[in-house]
Design a protein around this ligand. Structure first.
Ligand code: NAI
Length: 709
């Protein structure tokens, strides 16, 4: 069973978790809180133990283990590093998304490390924390990979500055597991014995919670929201009911090292601890500034010398971004040599606000110009996070009078301009694994506007550009969205009536653009109208359509005419995220499966049908030398028992119970169907208690390889 190295870079999530103050208190009790630190346990003054953050990501962690294909019987939680960005509210919904970032090889007898990272956002829009996970896969070493970095903590050669004793109750894991980690090892005495332990052991993450409370108590008492980092390495297992001591060395203001030892035998159970915290002043500052921040981020805004671009640049800088103010300072129709004035003035305005900015005067209309704009960001600030493609000109003419130079000039600035800047920007964002790109379309392109064929075509071309760039950016955490603004600027001052212009200040467009540029932006590939503080989404929707003929003989135009009402109907229209998905209704319309599908389940699968189809799903070529009996006990009204005996490339499926199965699988009927149809992840079903595996746990991993549904 080898690690699946192809899973490196795989995106995991989003997984969501709704929680209330009761979940917060349950977790706190699970990690030993009580009357002594009542702020974690009493809803009238509730604060969240920061390590609660881990309770929101068990499902994510389970998917990491599953994607890596590591041998489950050898997986241990190796390291956990959490960086906190904002205080954790006492209720809401947490959304976690991340990536399996790497796999390292410590050697054939030492094991492998599977590393993942995930960001968690709260339903209030704030990014709360980033988790860095390291799974230690004892049985998967020796695949020939890099050994990977290791961050060691040198404890000072003096007694700890603080020590905190605690006595987890003999039943502590039974309480802790209610926060989500219900792995049998911590509750089932027989399972614990089969895994080589005297009895169920403490969850490493439960001891982690004790350590978290201990460091807060001694370093920033009563203010858990000041924690900015909490890192540990899990070194030894611990039985419940054994006293522990967390030893803390304060290294400097805002940083300490710690470890937690078994007080009976001095075993270090939590090793290499690093805790960091922010000052009260910094906490106040963060609270004042609110959620959408761009600190340490670098943004390019093209055409930022005036109008909408100027507003975006000022707002980004106000919220902490370093900004490249690009503008060639040309005329409304793009003619003339341009001037440095507009970009310089905006840079001065930003500096007067206390922000950081540089001017750039290159034209977006050439690839060289685009490259120079991106280079100026890298030269001045070292990286690039955000690009707002905003520069624009107008050359309105009706189609007959639309000479090629007017067509081309508009294409060059709007459509090619976005390409010229976004392409080199994408390279830098990909290196940094983060990017936000905004394109600027227009109602003229989305809906049409007399006298603007050039502008409408360029603006609609940007939608196609976005549709594909969003797919290419997806795995690099680069999100691409499009804005259709309406605002009083020199582009609209002659077109719109003065009373309307007064209401259309560019400042009312900027909030949506800033949100789309932020880390917490949840969407990619979307189009929004924005003006006067009114925002709505525009979408390309596809009607359900109609089959004309039987798919074998070519239909006639008369057949189309007879069905035209259905063909043009948008009732029940759907949006598709890529061209292949949009093609699938056409394929489905002629798929025989569709008519045969059972009505029992959305996927057409039934438990009995799955077992009847098992011999067909069997992959004989993957079963050389395999000798295993799987016993499936599916509970519920539609369940039953079946065994599958796999031996030397053969598979025999029998209804009923086998007398000596190698591995037993117990599951509810609905969950089983969902798991087989891919709706339910096997690992999360297992860790969530929906899937119970008995006997040889490791052999259960063969199921995925041996059967393809
Ligand atoms: P604006 O004319 O006030 O600002 C555009 C800026 O782009 C100008 O400062 C100009 O010097 C700069 N620019 C032009 N060509 C350039 C080039 N080749 N390289 C670098 N900079 C260049 O216009 P506004 O209204 O602020 O327009 C911003 C964007 O919003 C444009 O893409 C426009 O098409 C779009 N838009 C605006 C609407 C509105 O109601 N104002 C409506 C729909 C779209």
């Amino acid at each position: 069973m080898a690690l699946n190295l192809d899973a490196i870079g795989r995106k995991i999530g989003p997984v969501t978790k709704d929680y209330t103050w009761k979940d917060v208190v349950l977790y706190a009790l699970g990690v030993g809180a009580g009357f002594e630190d009542l702020e974690y346990c009493f809803e009238h003054q509730i604060k969240v133990v920061p390590s609660f953050s881990i309770a929101s990501v068990f499902e994510f962690l389970a998917e990491v283990g599953m994607s890596s294909n590591a041998d489950l019987s050898g997986i241990l939680h190796g390291e956990q590093d959490i960086v906190f960005h904002n205080p954790i509210p006492s209720e809401g919904t947490l959304t976690t998304e991340g990536t399996l970032t790497n796999m390292f090889d410590k050697g054939a007898d030492k094991g492998a490390l599977v590393v993942a990272e995930a960001e968690t956002f709260h339903s209030n829009g704030q990014k709360l924390f980033t988790n860095y996970f390291t799974l230690f896969c004892r049985k998967d070493g020796g695949f020939g990979g890099e050994p990977g970095p290791s961050e060691s903590v040198e404890f000072p050669d003096r007694k700890p500055d603080f020590e905190e004793k605690a006595l987890p109750a003999p039943d502590q894991p039974l309480l802790y597991r209610l926060s989500g980690d219900i792995f049998q090892l911590h509750a089932d005495p027989e399972f614990a014995k089969a895994s080589g332990f005297e009895k169920p052991i403490m969850h490493g993450l439960c001891t982690h919670g004790y350590a978290c409370r201990a460091v807060i108590k001694h370093l920033f008492p009563g203010e858990p929201e000041r924690m900015s980092r909490f890192r540990v390495r899990f070194s030894k297992t611990l039985y419940p009911g054994v006293p522990i001591i967390t030893q803390i060395w304060k290294m400097e203001e805002g940083k300490a090292y710690f470890r937690t030892v078994n007080a009976d035998n001095n075993d270090v159970v939590v090793e290499g601890g690093i805790v960091e915290w922010i000052s009260k002043e910094e906490l106040d500052r963060r609270e004042r500034l609110g959620g959408v921040r761009f600190d340490d981020q670098v943004a390019i805004v093209t055409g930022a010398g005036a109008g909408l671009g100027r507003t975006y640049a000022l707002e980004l800088a106000r919220r902490g971004a370093k900004v490249v103010v690009n503008d060639l300072g040309g005329a409304r129709d793009g003619s003339g040599d341009g001037s440095k004035g507009p970009a310089d003035e905006v840079v001065e305005e930003i500096k007067a606000l206390g922000g950081e900015a540089i001017a750039n005067y290159d034209s977006v209309a050439t690839p060289e110009g685009g490259q120079l704009i991106v280079d100026s960001a890298i030269d001045a600030f070292g990286k690039l996070d955000i690009v707002i493609n905003n520069a624009g000109i107008l050359r309105d003419k009706t189609i007959v009078k639309m000479e090629p130079e007017n067509w081309d000039a508009v294409m060059d600035v709007h459509l090619k301009g976005a390409y010229n800047v976004s392409r080199p920007a994408f390279v830098k964002m990909r290196e940094n694994r983060f990017g936000r790109i905004i394109l600027t379309t227009s109602a003229a392109g989305l809906y049409g506007n007399f006298g603007q064929t050039n502008y409408s075509a360029a603006k609609m071309g940007l939608i196609g550009f976005m549709n594909t760039m969003k797919l290419e950016g997806d795995k690099h955490n680069i999100k691409v969205n499009t804005i259709a603004p309406i605002a009083a600027t020199r582009l609209t001052e002659e077109i719109l009536p003065p009373e309307l212009l007064a209401k259309l200040q560019p400042e009312f467009v900027a909030p949506l653009v800033l949100y789309l540029c932020s880390e917490q932006c949840p969407v990619s590939g979307a189009i929004y109208n924005a003006g006067m503080g009114y925002y709505n989404r525009v979408a390309i929707a596809t009607g359900p359509g109609s089959v004309v003929g039987d798919g074998k003989e070519v239909p006639t135009p008369e057949g189309v005419a007879a069905n035209f009402d259905k063909i043009k109907s948008m009732k029940g229209a759907e949006e598709y995220t890529n061209a292949t998905a949009a093609f699938s209704p056409m394929l489905d319309a002629f798929s025989p499966k569709k008519e045969e599908a059972s009505v029992d389940d959305d996927s057409g699968l039934t438990v009995r049908g799955i077992f009847e189809g098992l011999p067909e799903a069997f992959q004989a070529d993957k079963a050389a030398g395999v000798d295993v009996v799987f016993q499936f006990d599916i509970t519920g009204a539609n369940g039953g028992s079946w065994s599958a005996t796999v031996k030397d490339e053969t598979c025999e499926v029998t209804e009923g119970s086998h007398s000596s199965p190698t591995t037993t699988i117990e599951m509810g009927d609905d969950d089983f169907v969902k798991m087989i149809s891919g709706e339910l992840n096997a690992m999360s079903a297992y860790t969530g208690g929906k899937l119970k595996i008995g006997g040889d746990l490791m052999k259960s991993q063969l199921i995925e390889k041996l059967f393809k549904f």
